[in-house]
Design a protein around this ligand. Structure first.
Ligand code: HEM
Ligand code: HEM
Length: 190
């Protein structure tokens, strides 16, 4: 069976939902979660600790979506890249691997810092998620530093290069790499 010309609709949907969710997580972290908890400052009707609930809940949901995406990736055929030079294919593969590392690493370190720190995760006010880790303050502190200091910088670099690569293909190589992942291609009649 020959390789498909583009990513299938499930892969495209998961790609853009996860990309948007990542952006949302950063916006929440640097706005709602920075509100003054003592004065009860609010944003969109929610206080600081409400935004923590939203951030943690959405982060856990992202973890599930990323897991689905990985299963989908290994059980369906991917489009091949026959037009790009070999060096470009290798660099983009390395970029994808690092993207998956942060896509798993961010929710995981977030979960570990909360669970090992003894802070329950209230999933969208519906109920607490099971705490799978014993109390371990040094582990929680390391996970916290990786989550807030290391991973965000890695994300800026990796996603920045990813975006630049997509633009490079579109404007310089003028090939169909970006088109393979565009949502509109899903809606097109075959
Ligand atoms: C895709 C997933 C995630 C992304 C992109 C993300 C991103 C971030 C960012 C950028 C910060 C702020 C760093 C700073 O203030 O300098 C942050 C803080 C935080 N995140 Fe996440 N996060 C994710 C998942 C999670 C999860 C799943 C949890 C917990 C279950 C979590 C818990 C927290 C907490 C508690 C803080 C605040 C730490 C503090 O106040 O010092 N995050 N996150
Ligand atoms: C900033 C806007 C973005 C654009 C324009 C974009 C574009 C693309 C394109 C065109 C591809 C297909 C590349 C190819 O097959 O050669 C792709 C793949 C991918 N993108 Fe993005 N992307 C963006 C944001 C993101 C973000 C924020 C993430 C992760 C948080 C991400 C994760 C991935 C992954 C993991 C793949 C590899 C797919 C696979 O083969 O499994 N992308 N992206």
């Amino acid at each position: 069976m020959s390789a498909p010309a583009r990513y299938n609709c499930v892969a495209v949907t998961l790609h853009w939902v996860i990309a948007l969710a990542f952006l949302t997580m950063f916006v929440i972290a640097f706005t709602g979660m920075e509100l003054d908890g003592k004065t009860g400052e609010m944003l969109l009707g929610l206080k600081r600790w409400d935004w923590y609930v939203v951030h943690k809940s959405l982060g856990v949901a992202i973890f599930v979506l990323v897991a689905l995406r990985i299963v989908w990736r290994f059980t369906t055929q991917l489009p091949t890249d026959d037009t790009s030079p070999k060096w470009d294919v290798y660099i983009s593969r390395l970029n994808f691997v690092l993207l998956y590392v942060v896509m798993i690493g961010m929710p995981l370190t977030g979960y570990v810092m909360s669970a090992a720190g003894g802070h329950p995760i209230n999933w969208f006010w519906l109920g607490e998620l099971p705490n799978l880790l014993p109390l371990n303050k040094p582990l929680a502190s390391t996970a916290h530093d990786v989550h807030t200091d290391v991973m965000p910088i890695v994300i800026y670099v990796i996603v920045g290069l990813h975006f630049a690569g997509a633009m490079f293909h579109y404007f310089i190589f003028k090939d169909n790499v970006l088109w393979k992942m565009l949502p509109l291609s899903c809606l097109k009649r075959r």
